[in-house]
Write a protein that binds this ligand. Structure first.
Ligand SMILES: Cc1cc2nc3c(=O)[nH]c(=O)nc-3n(C[C@H](O)[C@H](O)[C@H](O)COP(=O)(O)O)c2cc1C
Length: 330
């Protein structure tokens, strides 16, 4: 296998060098600043915001703006935009809201019907001319531009290599290829050959995504595709410490400290209600696969307040259920 020794190596993206080529994927509802901060602390080389609507930004949607908060400690974070109108995408890139982001990632992989029917996300895989105009328009903003896309809409229409070439030709600085078609959503093995074809079609860095839960998965992905880095999504939702494991850096995964740290970071910015809802959801993921986890998760999700959440954490980790640690769960 080639590329084994490059796992954990720096990754050059436009004018920026990420310290490690294991990246955190954009995850709607999850990759807020507190979660990203945790992932960076475990060695993620670059994190992405969740997908943000370019139109929503320009219409001054407050909810959309809240997704853009960055913690001063974040080294470099890319903002992910979705949209189908090149002019709107460029205006969003150049807007004041994105002034703090030097890197814009364009979503061309979202399979969700609401997005797809608007000609956004994965719909762009079947509209090459518009996809090309969007990349070129975003590039005119002067920011580093990457594109995240799926290998095609379905098995009969694998476009990974052609689409990679198109994006690179339009000025993209990096590509992330999710090795599944739209109709597969998140299921099944990634198509290594299609990712490899995309990698071989261009001279810019290509990051491979899909089905990476362990260091072995990451090594296999790099070996099979020749990609320059890997992007991890669901594995990080289960255990943000996965970045240290994949990059071979070791260290401890302390579930309680992670949850408490995220709450402390989020509370002043998001307030109690949002912090509670968000952290019940995240803590439930972290406790997947742990002994007694199913019952604990049900109780977590029913916690009525942050006080209740802290009390439950004390019950779980304060001696009640000794040795609760969690690793990545497939
Ligand atoms: C809950 C959830 C939210 C997601 N949100 C986004 C998103 O905002 N933007 C995006 O490009 N992909 C999004 N994805 C797709 C992931 O970034 C990733 O491509 C996909 O999960 C495959 O990687 P994995 O097999 O490591 O999970 C999302 C996936 C999940 C499960």
């Amino acid at each position: 296998m080639k590329k084994r020794d490059t796992l954990g190596a720096p990754l050059r993206i436009g004018g920026y060098t990420a310290p490690c080529n294991v990246l955190l994927a954009p995850l709607a509802g999850y990759t807020d600043f507190a979660f990203r901060k945790l992932c960076y602390s475990f060695g993620a080389g670059l994190c992405f915001t969740e997908m943000v609507s370019a139109k929503g930004l320009l219409y001054g949607n407050e909810g959309t703006r809240r997704l853009l908060y960055r913690d001063p400690s974040e080294p470099q974070t890319a903002v992910q935009l979705f949209g189908g109108d090149p002019a709107v995408m460029r205006a969003a890139c150049e807007s004041e809201d994105l002034a703090g982001f030097a890197h814009v990632d364009i979503n061309m992989g979202c399979p969700v019907p609401k997005v797809y029917k608007n000609g956004e996300g994965s719909a762009l895989l079947s509209d090459f001319p518009r996809a090309e105009k969007i990349v070129a328009a975003c590039k005119k903003s002067g920011k580093t531009v990457s594109v995240k896309f799926r290998i095609g809409l379905d098995g009969g229409h694998i476009v990974a290599a052609e689409f990679a070439r198109l994006c690179a030709g339009a000025g993209a600085d990096m590509l992330t290829v999710h090795g599944r078609t739209r109709d597969k959503m998140y299921a099944g093995e990634p198509d290594y050959a299609a990712i490899a074809a995309a990698k071989n079609a261009v001279d810019i860095p290509v990051v491979a995504n899909g089905g990476i839960f362990t260091r072995e998965d990451a090594l296999r992905m790099l070996g099979e595709t020749g990609a320059d880095g890997v992007m991890v999504a669901r594995a990080a939702m289960y255990c943000p410490h996965v970045f240290a494991e994949i990059a071979g850096r070791g260290g401890e995964w302390d579930v309680r400290a992670a949850i408490e740290g995220q709450i402390a970071d989020m509370l002043p910015f998001y307030g109690e209600r949002f912090t509670l809802v968000q952290m019940r959801k995240m803590a439930a993921f972290y406790l997947r696969g742990t002994r007694g986890g199913a019952g604990l998760r049900a109780r977590l999700l029913a916690c009525p307040s942050l006080g209740g959440l802290h009390a439950l954490l004390e019950e779980i980790f304060g001696g009640g259920a000794e040795g609760l640690t969690s690793g990545p769960v497939k």
